[in-house]
Design a protein around this ligand. Structure first.
Ligand code: NAP
Ligand code: GDD
Length: 342
């Protein structure tokens, strides 16, 4: 029988790439979708036709138990979250509930459906659990590059909520013997990235300027540095972690870091434009507390999982700019369509 996976966050960037990857691997894939009339659900139904959808919300414990009962998964990937860092200052409590407590609710749904108690450990047929942890947990970094052993110092309510989910996943592994792992993923991008994140904001901005639809692009802190990789590479790592012999946490990143300024230079350059003529620095876009520098040491993933990224920073930026030029030239709406969806 095909292995079954349940993915929370199926309507997001990573959910789409992971679903495609698991379908290619022969999995039966279920996706958790929320809301009465979620506008992203028709797109998922149209574009990921082989994925079965089940209703549920990370805020609703009962719905998660029902979803696990219905899907009967072998593997659960918890990708659902409020994932945009600035929003976590505006809606800190909601971020704590969805991004933090949501992890507890998914773990509890698995525990209850598997009949695991404090005195009775996990059964032979375990549901394996993946938690989408984040390099944002490193925050004000204590060392560079960051490894699985680098201490956390989160700088946003989002980072704090992710740290809670991370430690809880570790605790359920240690308390109940569950196969529960966290991938500490550094920034990963694609043409499917939400338009609020800096890479996509820049690729869309470049495309609008190139096509004469805009003349300027307003950005915040150009000096922040991130380790940017391609989302399609990173979802392979999630699957490898749940396929490993032992449950362990892994850092996933490229090991190369670039500033937002370098991103901007590369993106405008890919379209033959001079960024200094178009980019406007807007201090209102600066964050209350910034993460200045992220750079992964992915050695453990390379040696134990055989994971390697395949797309360079330069190729990723060019891919995103080209995709947005095509999207806008076709008159499509970036909020509704994504150029590289299947
Ligand atoms: P994304 O595109 O923002 O997707 C977030 C997903 O969470 C969406 O499908 C959204 O569904 C869902 N969601 C939000 N609130 C929910 C709720 N109350 N109940 C159920 N689902 C809910 O994020 P992504 O980039 O794919 O990232 C996937 C995960 O990895 C997230 O947990 C993120 O924090 C984490 N992460 C991402 C990166 C990165 O660079 N991309 C790096 C490290 C960690 P709706 O369509 O219903 O809103
Ligand atoms: N979004 C945005 N918009 N960011 C800007 C802008 C702007 O106009 N100008 C500068 N930046 C800077 C931010 O201050 C930040 O330092 C950097 O660009 C990256 O911002 P985002 O793309 O919003 O990503 P993030 O690093 O805050 O968070 C992403 O990566 C995390 C992993 O480290 C998200 O995907 C998180 O969910 C993820 O956990």
């Amino acid at each position: 029988m095909a292995r079954r996976a349940l993915i929370t966050g199926i309507t997001g960037q990573d959910g789409s790439y992971l679903a495609e990857h698991l379908l290619r691997e022969g999995y039966e894939v279920w996706g958790l979708v929320r809301g009465q009339a979620n506008p992203r659900v028709p797109r998922v139904r149209r574009l990921l036709q082989d994925v079965r959808l089940v209703r549920g919300d990370l805020l609703d414990q009962g719905s998660l138990i029902s979803a696990v009962e219905k899907a009967q998964p072998d593997e659960v990937y918890n990708l659902g979250a409020i994932s945009f860092v600035p929003m976590s200052w505006e809606q800190a409590e909601l971020t704590g509930e969805v991004t933090g407590m949501g992890v507890l609710r998914v773990l509890e749904a698995i525990r209850v459906c598997s009949g695991i108690t404090a005195s009775r450990g996990s059964s032979a047929r375990q549901i394996r659990f993946y938690q989408a942890s984040s390099s944002e947990m490193f925050g004000q970094v204590r060392e560079t590059p960051q490894t699985e052993r680098t201490p956390f110092h989160p700088r946003s309510p989002y980072g704090v909520a992710k740290a809670y989910g991370h430690f809880l996943t570790q605790n359920y592994r240690e308390s109940y013997g569950m196969f529960a792992v966290s991938g500490i993923l550094f920034n990963h991008e694609s043409p499917r990235r939400g338009a609020e994140f800096v890479t996509r904001k820049v690729s869309l901005g470049v495309a609008r300027i190139k096509l004469g639809m805009a003349s300027e692009l307003r950005l915040g802190n150009l000096e922040a540095r991130r380790d940017w990789g391609f989302a399609g590479d990173f979802v392979r790592a999630m699957h490898l972690m749940l396929s490993a012999a032992e449950p362990e946490d892994y850092v996933i990143g490229t090991g190369r870091t670039h500033s937002v300024r370098e991103l901007v230079e590369a993106a405008f350059g890919a379209a033959g434009l001079d960024w200094e003529r178009h980019v406007v620095c807007d201090s209102s876009l600066h964050r209350p507390a910034e993460v200045d520098l992220l750079c992964a040491d992915p050695k453990k993933a390379r040696t134990q999982l055989g994971w390697e990224p395949t797309v360079s920073f330069e190729d990723l930026v060019a891919m995103m700019v080209e995709a947005d030029l095509r999207l806008l030239a076709d008159g499509r709406d970036p909020e509704q369509d994504n150029p590289s969806w299947p």
